[in-house]
Design a protein around this ligand. Sequence first.
Ligand code: GLN
Length: 207
Amino acid sequence: MIRAPRVGVLALQGDVREHDRALRAAGAEPVHVRRVADLDGLDGLILPGGESTTISRLLGLFDLIEPLRSAVADGLPVYGSCAGMILLASAVLDGRPDQQGIGGLDIVVRRNAFGRQVDSFETDLAFTGVGDVHAVFIRAPWVESAGEAVQVLARVPEGNDPGGSPVAGRVVAVRQGALLATSFHPELTGDDRVHALFVDIVRRARG
Ligand code: GLN
């Protein structure tokens, strides 16, 4: 029998255990990644939500930035949720000047984009290839712009202007090759279909 895909979960900060559970439900074996050696033998990697400036600082401290950039360049499938989306983005608006990312995903993201008044909100949205998904946003970024190679998978639907500013239509899920990113947190809802999509990307990349 083919072994279950081994999917790393970056475990420096953020909601790690929820991703473990969702990965297991999707048929993958989660592996916590804290140092460079933990990247050996992974079939995929999840960058969880948390605080991107903190995760960025810890990535620097643990000398993980360059190895992760190389892994992405070598085609490792990576899924970034919220802060993880920020880490994968090629450019960040409203970031901290010293904030270092991993990059590889040709998007510009805006941090804390949904406004100060509303830290968090939830909505149902249509997710291409998955179906209707209940999306939980926590001080989330949105995708301000995306390159041609990037496929938009979900947008905020009409009637959702939580911060008083127009947010309907904003891009909140994207894919570029083996890189997947969502502004929201599917791991918090007990619905494992977005993780199943990622595990499918991982399986296909293994061939
Ligand atoms: N606002 C956070 C950041 O800038 C992301 C929030 C999250 O991951 N839930 O990193």
